[in-house]
Design a protein around this ligand. Structure first.
Ligand code: ADP
Ligand code: MG
Length: 578
């Protein structure tokens, strides 16, 4: 908890100067608000008494002072409103940066359990309330306390009975305000969660919009959305109800106090225990009395809201990425590409069954190994252990005789290229997407790798060639075209080890031919691990490894395994018959 408090205040640090100036202005605003009624009192007293001959010039003099005060007040308010808000916004953006950085550090297993919409909500909505707290919090607290105490002291010097009467209302008013404020708070928190749900729902539907349409299930999606949306309205209802009670009540209290002051003050004037100027001053103070109470209550709300948001923020920030560089992690120079699984055991969740058990596998640098086995036996899992997307349970994986846990993640992953079945392309141009494999690649390099990946020809047929903008996720390209772009990316990256995870399974025969062709070019002189669904594509592999539920069942060349007549031969014959 202590570290959270420290973290909370640490965001002020870059803006210390701005913050102090902001606070100084806030104090000035409060002070001037307190002084103005005193000036008015001075003028009224002069008018009523007309004691000296130069009353008029005194009134003008005081008028000038008041104008000056008003000018300073306005400037300070401007500063607080503009620069203060900017400070809050900048702090908010610092936090957003931190959270985004952290999102990028968290591992696959974190994202397996999260809904993207909720994560988006945290980085957008949740932080909004924090900027408000960072900026308005100290200011509300300062102005609130200074004005409240100031009004109390000044009015005491004017008239004790009236002050007692007025300040009788203050505790009642405060309790009232707190009560409804708390209700408002609860409603706000719920509505924030509901907004997260709405985001998650929209994200889900829009990501799957093609599935929705092909099943013509728009009505179901609409119903799911309408449900989340109506839950949001519910939470707003509670919020608005209590906030209208809140502000309505505050206005009523002000009016009540005013009436009480007029009645009691009027009587006092008749009894000659109060003069007209004092009564007027009093009424002015009553007018500003609700302001500090509202500010303090507002502070309580900002605090509550902001702390909730900060809690949600820290909940994520405090999650240690379960895969990160160990203390003495080494940087790999040139990598040969020997990969060795030593008795590797793995499961995704503590309470789940083992996906891989006692896997021993030795892949020599430059070797071309195919991994086959029925769906769900753990082929993808096995491959994702090599770049440390998930952490090995027992046993270890060695890369060129170094345990991968002792290699810097960047260094490890830079040397491994993965081509998946589904390709993710980012919004941007074709060239941008290929260049993702090597950010400083020249256009020549990009074109060269596109040629190797058999992608150059179709790219040149597009309207803008390499500058063609592909929609998000590359929907404007066919599956085979996207796959070839992703291979061009890996050509640019030029890793020592390559993993193909069913890269051609979803393609038609013609695209498969083109992709297969470019794959073969890519595998030259590199350690290659191919997961293939269609066994005809791995016949030429130097070694075929057959994975079953009980681990590695058999390995050897196509000819050897066929002669063995075991699992592989069965699988192969079955596919031939299809
Ligand atoms: P294959 O690639 O051989 O078809 P996978 O490696 O994808 O098989 O999956 C192996 C097993 O692990 C399956 O039972 C699957 O349900 C499970 N699995 C895969 N990915 C995850 C994950 N992210 N979290 C939990 N279980 C998973
Ligand atoms: Mg798989």
């Amino acid at each position: 908890m202590n570290s959270r408090i420290k973290k909370f205040f640490s965001y002020y640090k870059p803006y210390t100067g701005l913050f102090l100036a902001d606070m100084a202005c806030a104090f000035l605003v409060a002070a001037i608000m307190l002084v103005l009624p005193l000036c008015a009192r001075y003028v009224t007293q002069n008018v009523l008494e007309q004691s000296t001959p130069d009353t008029l010039s005194q009134i003008y003099g005081m008028g000038a002072v008041m104008l000056a005060l008003v000018a300073v007040h306005t400037l300070c308010n401007l500063f607080v409103d503009y620069r203060g808000h900017m400070m809050g916004a900048m702090m908010e953006s610092d936090m957003r940066n931190d959270l985004f950085d952290h999102y990028q550090k968290l591992s696959f297993s974190f994202y397996d359990d999260q809904r993207t919409g909720q994560l988006m909500s945290r980085i957008t909505n949740d932080l909004l309330s924090l900027s408000e707290l960072y900026h308005h919090g100290p200011e509300d607290l300062a102005i609130g306390i200074v004005t409240l105490v100031g009004v109390f002291i000044i009015s005491l010097t004017i008239n004790v009975e009236l002050t007692a009467l007025v300040f009788l209302f203050v505790p009642i008013m405060t309790i009232y305000a707190f009560y409804f404020n708390k209700k408002m708070n609860r409603a706000i928190r719920t509505s924030r969660e509901r907004i997260g749900d709405i985001n998650a729902q929209v994200e889900d539907t829009l990501s799957g919009i093609r599935v929705v349409k092909s099943f013509t299930n728009e009505a179901i999606e609409k119903r799911k959305f309408a449900y989340e949306n109506s839950r949001f309205v519910e939470s707003r209802r509670d919020d608005y109800k209590s906030s209208s009670y809140f502000s309505g009540g505050m206005i009523a209290f002000t009016q009540l106090i005013t009436v009480a002051v007029i009645i009691f003050g009027g009587t006092s004037i008749i009894n000659a225990s109060l003069d007209l100027a004092d009564l007027l001053t009093y009424l002015l103070y009553v007018g500003i009395l609700t302001e500090p109470v509202q500010r303090l209550v507002n502070f309580a709300r900002l605090y509550q809201e902001g702390i909730t948001g900060f809690g949600r923020f820290m909940d994520i920030l405090e999650i240690q990425p379960d895969i990160q560089d160990s203390a003495g992690a080494i940087e790999l120079g040139s990598v040969q590409g020997n990969v060795q699984f030593k008795d590797v055991t793995f499961k995704y969740k503590k309470d789940q069954d083992y996906v891989l058990k006692n896997i021993c596998l030795d892949i020599k640098a430059g070797e071309y190994v195919a991994l086959v086995g029925s769906s769900g036996v753990g082929k993808t899992t096995l491959c994702s252990l090599i770049p440390r997307f998930y952490e090995v349970g027992d046993g270890e994986i060695l890369l060129d005789d170094h345990n991968i846990k002792n290699i810097r993640l960047r260094s490890l992953r830079r040397n491994i290229g993965v081509v998946h079945q589904d390709v993710y392309l980012f919004a941007g141009t074709i060239a941008d997407n290929i260049r993702y494999g090597k950010l400083d690649a020249s256009l020549e390099e990009v074109i060269e790798s596109a040629k190797k990946a058999n992608a150059h020809d179709f790219i040149m047929q597009l309207s803008d060639g390499y500058d063609t903008d592909i929609g998000q996720r590359g929907v404007k390209l066919s599956g085979g075209q996207k796959q070839r772009l992703s291979i061009a990316r890996v050509f640019l990256k030029d890793p020592a080890i390559i993993i193909f995870d069913e890269a051609t399974s979803a393609l038609d025969n013609e695209s498969e031919k083109a992709v297969q062709d470019s794959l073969e070019k890519l595998t030259n002189n590199r350690t290659t691990l191919v997961i293939a669904h269609r066994l005809s594509t791995v016949i030429n592999a130097q070694r075929i490894v057959v994975l079953t539920g009980n681990g590695i069942d058999e390995q050897g060349t196509h000819g050897e395994l066929m002669a063995l007549g075991g699992t592989y031969a069965n699988l192969y014959n079955m596919q031939l018959r299809l």
